[in-house]
Design a protein around this ligand. Sequence first.
Ligand SMILES: NC(=O)c1ccc[n+]([C@@H]2O[C@H](COP(=O)([O-])OP(=O)(O)OC[C@H]3O[C@@H](n4cnc5c(N)ncnc54)[C@H](O)[C@@H]3O)[C@@H](O)[C@H]2O)c1
Length: 160
Amino acid sequence: MSGERAMPHHDRLRWLLVGAGDIAAKRVAAALAAAGELVAVCDLVRERAERTAGQFGAGEVYDDLDRALAATTAEAAYLATPVFLHARQACEVLGSGRHALVEKPLGINAADALQAVFSQSPWRRVASLARLVKNVISIARREMRERKGCDYREYAAPGP
Ligand SMILES: NC(=O)c1ccc[n+]([C@@H]2O[C@H](COP(=O)([O-])OP(=O)(O)OC[C@H]3O[C@@H](n4cnc5c(N)ncnc54)[C@H](O)[C@@H]3O)[C@@H](O)[C@H]2O)c1
């Protein structure tokens, strides 16, 4: 990862919200403003970015991610854009030395999602892969419970 930034010395992470659509309006913008500081909003449709920024007091408005990353004072970006953009935009955010949090799913398929994971420095890559594996296991467990109506541990139990 190029130009890794130091962790901020203050408690409240400064966020750039990318994508001011449905999920941003329902949940994300308010959550970022509550957990940290929503300082910037970016949407291809500038009016959407302006509206959300106005609601949450974010001073920076962008309609292009490249320009946003070149200028923003945010330390982290939340990607609430369409799925096909997630992995590519995550690489751009990480490449700018910022943290990235991505709406689910991370990519349109495993290869796409892994792009974002492998764009990171070795230690972050290990952490991301561990999280990815944990997610896959928890999805598999849930599916086994739902489809088979039983607990996954029954499959792992030794036979008679
Ligand atoms: N809506 C939900 O209830 C919900 C629930 C779970 C997950 N999600 C996930 O959230 C993400 C967004 O979904 P949504 O329903 O909010 O979609 P949406 O279409 O309502 O919003 C997406 C926004 O991204 C903007 N956008 C598109 N390309 C862009 C770009 N290059 N740069 C900046 N902005 C861009 C669009 O203009 C739009 O405002 C998806 O990944 C979806 O899977 C949504």
